[in-house]
Design a protein around this ligand. Structure first.
Ligand SMILES: Nc1ncnc2c1ncn2[C@@H]1O[C@H](COP(=O)(O)OP(=O)(O)O)[C@@H](O)[C@H]1O
Ligand SMILES: [Mg+2]
Length: 398
């Protein structure tokens, strides 16, 4: 999940995790940026660098969360490649890791993406994926492509050997249909522009783009005819037709019991402030329509989440999750996508044991929302059938 900062990236990632966790699924929600945004949202104590269950979803599913610490991920990495458990700790003392994590931001991204990919690929003893889906609260739109693609550079630098193989594994996951990069935006010029640019960048890097989630959508309070009337009635205007309409509004207000419609009467004094509000509302609606049209031009599935007036608490989060579930977001997995990755890949869990890659604690890649293929993929498909209303709008499925 990416998006311009402040558009609700963390909130939507969390809502998506809850939505995906319904019907008994197990989802991992990962944070790599600002620490503890997830803990705050779920109203739990700070997350350690350890996966832990933070929420239950309706129907028995679970959301687990992980806040990845780049420094600890580095120790994992060293441990894995060089069996440097103790030497790694010595390095830490020397400040080498400080250097690596702060001075080489590219390296930091390699570690973070590696950890996420490891979670995506992790299997239990029977060979089934541990998580049905992994949702990443990823870096913002401006940095997302570089972040997800960092292993491409690494694979180019290390031409062979375990690091090369590891980087290639990560890129394979990132570019596979297992991954979908979703973009959160508001119906405002700047975030929409960032979304357009972000999608273009992701596409040219060959990264799979998922859906655009328009967040904090406010209701339209006036019908089209009223909107048109308001917009050609400039606030504070008078004379001619405008004057007549102002009088009509004052009369209507008076009839509604708001006082006298005469000049200086209560109803008459309400006309200007109300018209100003209506005008501003209409202006916003027109602007939002333009932004919607821009987004529509991307040819991606678009979903909308309402603005929750009182702010997003835990209850609000479940409401947003419910809304996502009802909108049957394509590529969001399981019952959300009848022809999605899960349905298609109900293959044997060991199908990829033949790759020679290193699969250590950090063997993974970055996935902005990668779904595991699992023993219950068939069940998910069955679920989709059991809820025909949930995938009614399959017209724009990817
Ligand atoms: N649909 C929504 N309705 C109301 N408030 C929202 C909604 N989505 C996000 N917010 C609020 O917007 C603020 C920014 O959200 P956050 O998820 O932290 O954004 P980001 O991760 O993109 O910086 C938070 O205060 C959050 O509660
Ligand atoms: Mg955030």
């Amino acid at each position: 999940m990416t998006g311009k900062g402040g558009t609700g990236k963390t909130t939507v990632a969390a809502a998506l995790s809850l939505a995906l966790a319904s019907e008994g699924r197990r989802v991992l929600l990962v944070e790599v940026e600002e620490r503890q945004g997830i803990a705050q949202l779920f109203e739990t104590e700070a997350l350690p660098y350890q996966e832990r269950k933070i929420a239950s979803a309706p129907g028995g599913g679970e959301v687990h969360a992980l806040a990845i610490d780049a420094e600890l991920a580095m120790l994992d990495y060293l441990d894995m490649f060089y069996k440097l458990g103790r030497a790694g700790r010595a390095l830490k003392k020397l400040g080498a890791i400080d250097f690596a994590t702060t001075v080489a931001p590219g390296l930091r991204d390699v570690l973070l993406t590696g950890k996420v990919c490891e979670a995506v690929r992790r299997k239990d003893k029977a060979g089934w994926p541990v998580y049905d889906a992994v949702v990443l609260d990823a870096p913002p739109t401006g940095r997302i492509t570089r972040f997800l693609n960092v292993n491409d550079e690494v694979a180019g630098l290390a031409r062979m050997g375990p690091i090369h193989n590891q980087a290639q594994t990560v890129m394979r996951v990132m570019k596979s249909p297992q991954t979908a990069v979703h973009l959160v935006t508001l119906l405002e010029e700047m975030p929409v522009q960032e979304t357009m640019d972000g999608v273009a960048e992701l596409r040219s890097a060959g990264l799979p783009v998922g859906a655009v989630i328009v967040n904090m959508v406010r209701p339209v309070l006036l019908e089209d005819a009223a909107l048109a009337q308001v917009t050609d009635l400039p606030a504070g205007g008078s004379g001619g037709g405008v004057g007549k309409r102002r009088t009509a509004v004052a009369k209507a207000l008076s009839q509604a019991g708001l006082g006298g419609a005469r000049r200086g009467g209560v109803a008459e004094r309400l006309v200007d402030p109300l018209l100003t509000q209506a005008y501003e509302h209409a202006e916003r609606v027109v602007l939002e329509r333009e932004q919607r049209a821009e987004i529509g031009g991307l040819g991606l599935p678009v979903r909308e989440l309402e603005l929750i007036g009182e702010g997003v608490d835990l209850g609000g989060l479940y409401r947003l999750a419910d809304s996502l579930r009802k909108q049957a977001v394509p590529g969001f997995g399981g019952a959300f996508a009848k022809d999605g990755a899960r349905g298609k890949s109900a293959a044997h869990p060991d199908e990829d044991t033949d790759d020679a890659d290193v699969d250590g604690p950090d063997a993974g890649g970055t996935a902005a929302d990668a779904e595991g293929d699992g023993p219950d993929a068939d069940r998910a498909a069955a679920d989709a059938d059991a809820h025909p209303d949930e995938d009614a709008d399959t017209g724009d499925e990817v």
